[in-house]
Design a binder for this molecule. Structure first.
Ligand code: F6P
Length: 383
């Protein structure tokens, strides 16, 4: 579409919230209004608001002062999917879904929205796909604390979640030290271990358990016994919610059958704590950080990243492109096909340089791999 023909756009936040959503909304709205005199409407609660036609004007004044605010002024929803939209339950209690792509397109047409900015993760990009097929002009902005979107080297929200988890681990460190205990801290991340790995290294945690490296309790217990007996009488273990025993399954906290992404992970922290206590005899406690990692004000790095992404979403649209997701690759902002990230996950490579560095410092990953001097050591980008 020609950039001159874009007179009015919509913006929505979709999926689980994360720090920096408001910073993106602000950057999208201000760039559109100031640079191209485009009117901006906010869609409330993600695709649910699009189905239910809940939109409101986003003036420059309406987005002023939100850069530092956590959450999203528009609200979000991590269940609503236009193609498989939950509308109720049948007599047996089974969820009933309907196709609401038409309703979404009607809302776009009713408000003369020439394009839609979807701020979301892989699920939201998949959810947007049928609208693109139906002719909607959509630009995606990659969001998630999990940092697991394919096509971009980083998502906004991740660094704030890491800072929050690191702060919590620092605090757990001192109380574990005082009581000569083991503390296990369970962090989020779904099937990717980015939060556990980076916060674990940043906090100097002794054991880091991530989904990409299945662990054995015997290795963790042996390491902790040695550490407790020979040196400091305590240990800090950070475990990703998606971590699993070698040959075992992930621990599921709940199943939300209304959602396209029904599995909610959680509970591995407590299981490991009990196993560590049984194997080592050292008193062990668990902390589950949960949604605290998604809340609060974004750190400076996320405000900057969110501003870049929001600005680039509009710049991409004004360059005549559509059906794209803005990304950062090799520290440069560009865009990829919107569906590039859909249904995929960017997991931590087991040869990631940060894992090598942590192993070199003696960190335990619950396996029996030991660090070896790499024959062809080359400098590497970390995140
Ligand atoms: O994707 C973000 C995330 O916070 C994951 O880390 C976590 O597994 C999931 O969302 C939790 O979802 P909910 O908010 O529905 O419990």
């Amino acid at each position: 579409m020609s950039p001159e023909s874009i007179r009015r756009i919509g913006v929505m936040t979709s999926g689980g919230d994360c720090p920096g959503l408001n910073a993106v909304i602000r950057a999208v709205a201000k760039t559109a209004i100031y640079q191209a005199n485009i009117e901006v409407l906010g869609i409330e609660d993600g695709f649910q608001g699009l189905v239910e036609d809940r939109v409101r004007p986003l003036t420059a004044k309406a987005v002023s002062g939100i850069l530092t605010r956590g959450g999203t002024i528009l609200g979000s929803n991590n269940r609503a999917n236009p193609r498989k939209y939950h509308v109720g339950r049948d007599a047996q209690g089974k969820p009933i879904f309907e196709d609401k792509v038409g309703a979404c397109m009607d809302t776009l047409h009713r408000h003369s929205l020439d394009a839609l900015i979807v701020i979301g993760g892989d699920g939201s990009m998949s959810a947007a796909a049928p609208l693109v097929e139906a002719g909607a002009n959509i630009i995606g902005v990659p969001k998630t604390i999990d940092n697991d979107l394919v096509g971009t080297e980083i998502t906004f929200g991740f660094l704030t979640a890491v800072a929050t988890a690191t702060d919590a681990l620092d605090r757990l460190h001192s109380t574990a030290d005082s009581h000569h205990r083991v503390v296990v801290c369970e962090v989020m991340g779904r099937n990717a271990g980015w939060i556990a790995l980076t916060a674990g290294v940043a906090s100097g945690s002794d054991v880091i358990l991530i989904p990409e490296i299945p662990f054995e309790v015997a290795h963790v217990a042996q390491y902790i016994k040695q550490r407790v007996s020979k040196g400091p009488g305590f240990a800090v273990v950070v475990v990703s919610e998606g971590a699993k025993l070698k040959g075992g399954q992930q621990v599921v906290a709940r199943v939300d059958d209304r959602s396209a992404d029904p599995i909610k992970l959680g509970g591995i922290g407590d299981q490991i704590a009990r196993a560590i206590e049984a194997h080592t005899g050292v008193e062990t406690r668990t902390t589950v950080l949960g949604h605290v990692q998604r809340g609060g004000t974004p750190i400076a790095a996320d405000r900057i990243l969110a501003t870049h992404f929001g600005y680039h979403a509009i710049a991409t649209l004004l360059s005549g492109k559509t059906g794209r997701m803005v990304v950062r690759d090799n520290n440069t902002f560009s865009d990829v096909d919107l569906l590039f990230a859909a249904g995929k996950q960017r997991l931590v490579p087991t040869d990631h340089p940060l894992i090598a560095a942590a192993r070199a410092l003696g960190t335990n990953f619950g396996d029996d791999v030991t660090w070896r001097h790499p024959p062809d050591h080359t400098p590497a980008v970390v995140v």
